[in-house]
Design a protein around this ligand. Structure first.
Ligand SMILES: [Zn+2]
Length: 81
């Protein structure tokens, strides 16, 4: 995962862009468009980056990632501390 993805994810969490709606369902603001937000669970995301990942890496057995999924990971870690 790129450092850029992690940096974006941290920014999302720090700016309060991550909202837990229910167990394992989050609403996360888009960094590129403040009017937009995505519904994200711990392993799926609605954003174009996540969908494109499977388009470009189809069948390679890789798990898609995006700044939103990473933001959830950081958000959950913050919760526990
Ligand atoms: Zn995403």
């Amino acid at each position: 995962m790129s450092a850029n993805t992690i940096r974006k994810a941290k920014k999302l969490v720090e700016s309060g862009g991550v909202v837990e709606i229910e167990e394992d369902l989050f609403q996360i603001k888009s960094l590129s468009d403040p009017e937009k937000s995505y519904f994200v669970t711990s392993d799926t995301c609605e954003c174009p980056g996540f969908k494109n990942f499977y388009k470009f890496h189809h069948g390679k057995g890789l798990k898609a990632n995006c700044s939103h999924l990473e933001a959830i990971r950081i958000f959950k870690n913050n919760d526990q501390s």
